[in-house]
Structures are given as structure tokens and as C-alpha cells.
Write a protein that binds this ligand. Structure first.
Ligand code: ASP
Length: 582
């Protein structure tokens, strides 16, 4: 038996018991005649005590030679401490050690194993196993486990069955590149790793599984964006014989369950917003609604004067910044510089101060009088003391720019509170999205998403206007889940693939298996997938997902600990019939 108790367990009620503990040396305080050692394991810290009078000499000496992160086993008697530490659960007691065994030595760790460490990101990732010993990382992993567990509890109790789907498959387009795996046994052929189990979960519905879920790895070879991982985890779900409303209710239930069990938060029925309205009011399809600052479109009240910048713009749109009239001229200039940064890309910004006496002072007073500005205030909902910020230009661009400004200002104003949760359904996404690079339409969600009833006919005449039976679940400005009601008949699927630019042969080669399945009694079905990494980070009140992943990749998609990806040797290449042309 290595231990009778763990390091987080002992209390004053255990006094005089003889116990055996094992763990890592967190720190040593050697006063010569007395030695204190903090012993750590996953469960906590326990103080070990040695002194000249009570501890056998050779054990005291052994204790004095311990180093940080040595692995030891001790036996001793629990006693109340002379000076108690109210900050830790075991702070009332210590163990007076009578036996000490060093189970393993340790080199001095390259960074301190403390809650706030001196280790930089790269170092922590290289020695991730040491990083995991730190409370913040350890606790994040435990937190993730709880979220996964509660997810399983909820979905199982709702009748969902967890089914594993294969990782070595054929491409399933979800809008990214595939990671591919060469097949040794099938020369010149490749598997693709799933970007999601989309087609398999649909086939499970054809197979009559009715309600499926899986907590599953997905792989997407995307260009690197901050806080994205090439492999990530989804809570992937599908249901048969459902309409959109059934899916929304079920997964609103899951989200509410998680918020309740994990965060102790009760949330009312989730609000719903149409995609078009989200874009109009927030410039964004994943609006953070923990705060207001909705957009006010100003074309009607700003394009009737001689101000050409506005007159020539497709959209003139503003937001009211609460209390923003307190900004100095310099503050506002900085804000203008901020929106002009290449990452945001605005050409400039017009502003209007809303004074306490009800008057206005704008940067375009030459063109607009008080009555005009009063209308701006009305449209943007600005009150006395606010600042109205106005951007203009191409609709899509200007919405994205103002949305970035809205988020930035809310952050600065402390309106994005991590302990507040504001979920929201965004619905009726466009079915197709124009891609500038390839100059053709792409499925905005994926090619298996069904158009809204009665809109299939529009595909020929106005493809950009067709809406999909697709929905996203947004939490605090992040898309945490997305899904759709699927196409479940061959003819519609064929029309859809044709519009996405697949020839009949291509459609057959890539999706023949699915179209065939649709001919054998495919039930109406739909589903959703949640991004588990992000969901866990948000529930944990954090912005980055990295610490909720045990062994994450860095921003170049590398695992710096095991040093992957890496070349493979010549024999392996030959076996796979691969040649590298350098
Ligand atoms: N497969 C989709 C995704 O990964 C989710 C879904 O439609 O259920 O985003």
C-alpha cells in the first residue's frame, strides 16, 4: 500500500492517527533543528514535520537533502499544528514523520510549480507534464472532466446513445482542409481524418439509432488563427424524427443543465434572433448580448446633407457608448486610430458627443445641425453623457468594423463579465455563402443542411437569398454550437450538390454512400455539435482554450513536447509508396 490517505484529506479529527502519504515535494523550510516539507498530490498539500527531538536522526538528515519535486512516501502521526493555516483545507494539521522513503529523485524543474509560475508559454508546453502539476492547469482538466461527465449524464438521461464513429474515413467537407493518412495496403490511396462525424451520424439515423451523441475528436487543417487547435473535441449529436424546434429545446436543455450543474446559474428561456437581425443589430452572427450597444442604421438621417463620405456609403451605422462623452479629445483620437488599424480596417470614424444639457457636438458639425444629431441619438439609443461612434462604407465591411469596436469598447467598459452568461440562438442562416477566392457558392454550414421549406426553388434564381434550417448557439459572443435540419432525400441532396459545383460524377464519387442510404428509408433528422474546448473555457470564465486541453498544440500546429510533426524515415516512406520531392 503506497498511501493510506491523500494529501488533501487529513483534518484535526485525524489527530494521533498513523498515516502513510505519497506525493511530490512542493517546498522545504529547513530551520536546522526543525524541517517542514509541503507534500503535494492531485488532492492538495499536507505539511510534513521533522524535528531533532522527535525524528530519528537519519530521517531528519534525509529530509534535509530532499529537493523540489522529489517523489516521496512518508509514514507518521497526524498532529494539530502550533500555528494553523486557514488558507488550505489541511491547514489545521501536520504529519510528524517517522519513516521517509524517496521513491524517485527529480531534477530542479525548469519553472516553478506554483499557481502563478515564472515559466513562459513555450517552456510550459515543452514540459507540459510539469505544468499539469500546477493547480490552474490541473483544475482546468478536472473542470473539463466535469463538463464532459454532466454532458453524458444529461444526454443519456434523455435517451441518447454514445456511438463511436471511425477516424480513418473519406473527406467530409466542413469548410476546412483535411488531414490525410496514407494507406499502406492500398497504394496511392489516402484516408482523411474526420472534420466531423457528420455523414456517419446521419447514417446512424438511417440505421434507426434515433438519438446519437459522441464526445469526439475532429480534425481540421485550417490556417492558424489565434486559439484554434488543429484537433479539437465536439459534443456531436443527431436526432431522428425532429423539427428544428425539437433540437433547440433539447440542446437548450443541455446548456441549461450545464450552466446549472457547473456554474450554479439558472438561465431563462434562451432568446432567439434571426441571422439577418443579428447582422443588422450587432454586425456579427455571434453577438455578445451581455450588454446593449445595438447598432443604429443612420442612412435615412445622415445622407441628406452635403457630407459625401456618408452620401456615397452603402451603410452609415453607429453605436452609443455609455458614458462616452467623458472621453477626452485625445481618448477619441486614440479610438479613431484603433478603428484604423489594419486588423479593423475602417477609413475613419465620425463621432458625436451627447452633452448633459441635451446639446450635441459632433466631428461633422459643418454638415449636421442639432436636429440632425438628435435623430442620430434617437436611432442609436444614445442618452445624455454618451458618445455616438459612426462608421460608413460597404455594408459587410462596416458591420464587421463596428462590431469589433463594440466588443473592444465593451471590454474597456467592463461590460463583458466572465461570471455572467447570456446564451442566444441565432437562426435562419443563409444556405450558401459566396466565396471571393473560388468565385462560387459554398455551403455556409455544410452541404447536408436543408433549405427552409419552400425555398429550394429560389436556388436557381437567387441562391444568395435562400435561408437554411440552420442554427447556432451563441454564448457570450462565442459560437459554442451549430447544427441544422438535414436533407434526407436523394433528389434534394443532388440539387444541393449541383449548386455547390459538384458534377454528377463527383457527387457520386464523394457522397454516393450517403445518397444510396437516402434511398432506403432515411428518416427526417437533424442535429448539432458543440465545441467542447471552447464551451469548457467559457463556463470556466476563461478566454483561451489551451489550459483546458491536456496536451495542446502551439500556434504553428506543433506539439513542442513530443516535437511533432516530424519527418518519417525512408523505410516508412517506401512502405507507404510515398516519395518526397525536395
Ligand atoms: N457537423 C457540424 C459541425 O461540425 C455540426 C452539425 O451540423 O451537427 O459544425
Amino acid at each position: 500500500m503506497y498511501r493510506s490517505h491523500n494529501c488533501g484529506e487529513l483534518r484535526a479529527t485525524h489527530s494521533n492517527e498513523t498515516v502513510t502519504l505519497a506525493g511530490w515535494v512542493q517546498g522545504i523550510r529547513d530551520k536546522g533543528f526543525m524541517v517542514y516539507v509541503d507534500l503535494r498530490d492531485r488532492y492538495g498539500l499536507t505539511q510534513l514535520y521533522f524535528d531533532e527531538e522527535q525524528t530519528p536522526k537519519e530521517i531528519l538528515e534525509k529530509a534535509q537533502k530532499l529537493g523540489r519535486e522529489f517523489v516521496i512516501q512518508v509514514t507518521g502521526k497526524v498532529q494539530e499544528r502550533a500555528s494553523k493555516n486557514p488558507n488550505i483545507p489541511t491547514g489545521d494539521i501536520e504529519v510528524l514523520v517517522s519513516e521517509l522513503k524517496v521513491l524517485n529523485n527529480s531534477k530542479t524543474p525548469p519553472f516553478t510549480i506554483e499557481d502563478s509560475t515564472d515559466g513562459g508559454d513555450d517552456l510550459r508546453m515543452k514540459y507540459r507534464y510539469l505544468d499539469i502539476r500546477r493547480n490552474p492547469v490541473k483544475n482546468s482538466l478536472i473542470f473539463r472532466h466535469k463538463v464532459a461527465q454532466e454532458t453524458r449524464n444529461y444526454l443519456s438521461s434523455e435517451g441518447f446513445i454514445e456511438v463511436e464513429t471511425p477516424y480513418l474515413i473519406k473527406s467530409t467537407p466542413e469548410g476546412a482542409r483535411d488531414f490525410v493518412v496514407p494507406s499502406r495496403m492500398n497504394e496511392g490511396q489516402f484516408y482523411a481524418l474526420p472534420q466531423s462525424p457528420q455523414t456517419f451520424k446521419q447514417l446512424l439515423m438511417v440505421g434507426g439509432m434515433d438519438k446519437y451523441f459522441q464526445i469526439v475528436k475532429c480534425f481540421r487543417d485550417e490556417d492558424l488563427r489565434a486559439d484554434r487547435q488543429p484537433e479539437f473535441t465536439q459534443i456531436d449529436c443527431e436526432m431522428a424524427f425532429v423539427e428544428q424546434e425539437d433540437i433547440l429545446n433539447t440542446f437548450e436543455g443541455l446548456t441549461r443543465h450545464l450552466l446549472k450543474e457547473i456554474n450554479g446559474v439558472d438561465v431563462d428561456k434562451f432568446p432567439r434572433i434571426l441571422y439577418d437581425d443579428a447582422m443588422r443589430l450587432y454586425g456579427n452572427d455571434k453577438p455578445d448580448i451581455r450588454f446593449g450597444m445595438q447598432f443604429g442604421e443612420l442612412n435615412e438621417v445622415a445622407q441628406h446633407k452635403d457630407f459625401n463620405v456618408f452620401n456615397s456609403a452603402e451603410l452609415v451605422v453607429g453605436i452609443a457608448v455609455p458614458g462616452g462623452n467623458s472621453y477626452t479629445r485625445k481618448d477619441i483620437d486614440k479610438l479613431i486610430d484603433w478603428v484604423k488599424r489594419p486588423q479593423v480596417g475602417a477609413l475613419g470614424m465620425v463621432y458625436c458627443r451627447c452633452n448633459d444639457d441635451g446639446t450635441f457636438k459632433s466631428s461633422v458639425d459643418k454638415f449636421y445641425d442639432q436636429d440632425d444629431l438628435a435623430k442620430w441619438a434617437e436611432v442609436t439609443g444614445a442618452k445624455a453623457g454618451d458618445l455616438i461612434c459612426v462608421l460608413s462604407g460597404n455594408t459587410d465591411k462596416v458591420r464587421a468594423q463596428l462590431s469589433a469596436l463594440r466588443m473592444e469598447l465593451a471590454e474597456r467598459l467592463g461590460l463583458r463579465k466572465p461570471d455572467e452568461f447570456a446564451p442566444l440562438w441565432v437562426m435562419d442562416f443563409p444556405l450558401l455563402e459566396w466565396d471571393e477566392d473560388t468565385e462560387r457558392y459554398h455551403a455556409m454550414h455544410h452541404p447536408f443542411t436543408s433549405p427552409k421549406p419552400g425555398q429550394l426553388e429560389l436556388l436557381d434564381s437567387k441562391p444568395g437569398e435562400v435561408k437554411a434550417n440552420a442554427y447556432d448557439l451563441v454564448l457570450n459572443g462565442n459560437e459554442i454550437g451549430g447544427g441544422s435540419i438535414r436533407i434526407h432525400d436523394k433528389a434534394t441532396q443532388a440539387i444541393m450538390l449541383k449548386h455547390l459545383g459538384f458534377s454528377e460524377e463527383e457527387a457520386r464519387a464523394q457522397f454516393g454512400f450517403l445518397m444510396d442510404a437516402f434511398e432506403y428509408g432515411a428518416p427526417p433528422h437533424g442535429g448539432i455539435a458543440f465545441g467542447l474546448d471552447r464551451l469548457v473555457a467559457i463556463l470556466g470564465g476563461q478566454e483561451t482554450i489551451r489550459d483546458f486541453i491536456a496536451f495542446p498544440k502551439n500556434n504553428s500546429g506543433r506539439d513542442v513536447m513530443i516535437d511533432a510533426p516530424a519527418p518519417i524515415d525512408k523505410e516508412q516512406l517506401e512502405e507507404l509508396n510515398l516519395k518526397l520531392s525536395l
